[in-house]
Design a protein. Structure first.
Length: 563
């Protein structure tokens, strides 16, 4: 990414064909769609990129077997097509993921059968439909497993009542890295992209939006940015942004989803994800391998508070532990939890009786002022949402640009991947980087992993892991600042790496080392560096306190404060 000061100058000086508000996956997708059609594009994110819902998903690129439950065939078909496109556009980031869906005696699988009809045949029919909806874009087809075969793949599956299982394929990604890869591709085509710039209001000409008023939250500088078209891709905040335009905006239903991060030693799944077929409240949940850990999620409950304040609560944690223990012979408890996180689904309001049955389809609306809002949808379908939003912007205010071409636009790190992968492997061997580190770098940055090894080649000390046992290396910190717009400890520990979720102290112990690397990049003095560390540790403890009970806090809480 360009240096932030240069971007801020561009924002003040240039005039844009389209400006995007929101730097989650939807906004990133809109920026890439528009810039790849040849438009002059700006994107403003009030916090860090992907800091909203787009860092808090289950990280699946999937059709969504559970949306078959709602007979949401259009959504499933669309999402399966997108799954295949993303496997091609970002093969380093989006990879096939095998799932085991167990069948228990007397158990109904939501979406596949009525509670009274407990047969494998209907589940098989559901998964066949899933394969058929993928059409020629299907991954490996489903396979039926005996109880023994199922436990051979996932030894921790509860054996009591196990009738058999199905093995099927979907795909997984890292949500934050996907956002950064889409943004990186947009920036490479000339988009002016800035984080920590908040849209505070709109500029009008003849009653039509002609730009935005924004505030640089780091420099406290006010900006007036000219743009012929403005798209709000602000997820759970979209009604607030519509209110800045003097209108209520499309009605949303916010649904909170919580995940637990469990150590793989406590929950040894190998490479296989497991569908937890019917939770206490009748949902489908997942246990998905995620690096050295396993994600268990998600809950689905209505939420009405401040979107920025959503946190996992003790009841969410108990519900997910219950879901896992119902289907796994492990008796997981609080001590097995490394961390927990919560996000908000910005669902389009409907007559559905619960958030779990509210459709995940997206909607694009155009206000009388010309403000375009795109809401709902899924990580998986971001490219279509983006295409529809830019099409709507061009219908509202036509221009000389053609149709969306993002189906053929590789994401950052995907170009020339095979050759660059070999180069990185050779370089890494010379530098003595371990196999897990090299595979982490390649799966995270793709071809751009060579930029990280180049940093290590200049300073071997930067090839050390930030936290022993996890594959993030210190060179990723300067890279994140220079190339990915990272500004703070939060940006590094919560999003460029996931150390805040992958360590029991929320990344607090790593904060000192990372702050020293950041101080070298930003020229922070010692007082500033210590303040940043203290503030980060305070936030890490608060995150832990939201869901832990006293015993967990006593066990892990004091650690952030010990050096
Ligand atoms: P966000 O990521 O929330 O981005 C909106 C951005 O707008 C925010 O970063 C915010 O800071 C910014 N913003 C707000 N106001 C302003 C302003 N005034 N100025 C500038 N910026 C502003 N989908 C899948 O496909 N697969 C999954 O496995 C999956 N799992 C999920 C699990 C959970 C628990 C949840 C909650 C969702 C899941 N989803 C999944 C859905 C998916 O994560 C979301 O649809 C997607 O991330 C929404 O992205 P977004 O860009 O629309 O919103």
């Amino acid at each position: 990414m360009e240096c932030r000061e240069i971007v801020l100058d561009r924002l003040a000086d240039e005039s844009f064909d389209l400006l995007v508000i929101g730097g989650g996956i939807t906004g990133a997708g809109v920026a890439l769609d528009a810039v790849s059609r040849g438009m002059r594009v700006a994107l403003l994110e009030r916090s860090d990129y992907a800091s909203g819902t787009s860092s808090r998903s289950t990280k699946l690129v999937h059709g969504g077997v559970r949306y078959l439950a709602q007979r949401d065939i259009t959504l499933v078909r669309e999402a399966l097509a997108e799954r295949q496109i993303l496997l091609t556009l970002a093969p380093h980031l989006v990879q096939p993921q095998p799932f085991v869906l167990p069948i228990y005696r007397g158990q109904h699988v939501p979406g596949f059968m009525a509670p009274s009809v407990a047969t494998r045949a209907l589940t098989a029919a559901g998964l066949t439909a899933y394969d058929l909806l993928a059409g020629r874009r299907r991954l490996q087809g489903r396979r039926s497993l005996s109880p023994l075969g199922a436990r051979g793949l996932v030894p921790s599956l509860r054996s009591e009542g196990l009738r058999g299982a199905f093995l099927y394929y979907d795909a997984r990604t890292d949500d934050v890295r996907l956002v950064l890869a889409v943004l990186g591709a947009a920036v490479a085509r000339g988009a002016a992209v800035a984080n920590y710039v908040e849209v505070m209001g709109f500029e009008y000409q003849g009653g039509r939006i002609a730009g935005v008023q924004a505030c640089d939250r780091l420099g406290r500088r006010a900006l007036q940015i000219r743009a012929a078209r403005v798209v709000s891709a602000t997820g759970a905040w979209s009604q607030q942004v519509s209110a800045l335009d003097g209108r209520p905006g499309r009605s949303l239903r916010l649904s909170k989803g919580v995940h637990l991060v469990i150590d793989r030693e406590s929950l040894p799944l190998g490479p296989i994800a497991v569908v937890l077929p019917a939770t206490a409240d009748g949902r489908l949940a997942f246990a998905v391998p995620w690096g050295n850990h396993v994600l268990i999620g998600t809950t689905d409950t209505p939420y009405e508070g401040d979107p920025a304040a959503v946190v996992p609560e003790p009841a969410d944690v108990d519900a997910l532990l219950g879901d896992a223990n119902r289907f796994l012979d492990l008796n997981l408890g609080r001590a097995d939890i490394i961390s927990a996180f919560a996000g908000l689904r910005p669902l389009i309001a409907s007559d559905a009786t619960s958030t779990a049955t509210t459709s995940r389809e997206h909607a694009v609306s155009v206000a009388p002022s010309g403000l375009i809002s795109v809401s709902g949808g899924k990580l998986t379908t971001y490219r279509r949402m983006a295409r529809d939003a830019v099409d709507a912007a061009l219908r509202a205010k036509p221009g000389p640009w053609g149709e969306s071409c993002t189906e053929g636009v590789l994401l950052q790190g995907a170009a020339d991947l095979a050759r660059r992968r070999r180069e990185v492997q050779q370089m890494a061997a010379t530098l003595g980087l371990s196999v897990p580190i090299v595979s982490h770098l390649l799966n995270t940055y793709g071809a751009d992993a060579s930029d990280i090894t180049a940093i290590v080649a200049e300073a071997a000390d930067l090839g050390r892991p930030i936290v022993a046992g996890l594959p993030y290396v210190r060179a990723e910190v300067p890279y994140a600042v220079r190339r990915e717009g990272a500004q703070s400890l939060d940006d590094i520990l919560r999003r460029r790496t996931r150390l805040s979720l992958e360590t029991r102290d929320g990344g607090a112990a790593a904060a000192t080392d990372v702050s020293e690397l950041l101080a070298a990049e930003f020229g922070w003095d010692e007082a500033r560096r210590s303040r940043e560390v203290a503030a980060y540790r305070e936030r890490a403890l608060q995150s832990l306190a939201a869901w832990s009970d006293t015993s967990t806090l006593l066990q892990f809480g004091p650690r952030p404060y010990s050096q």
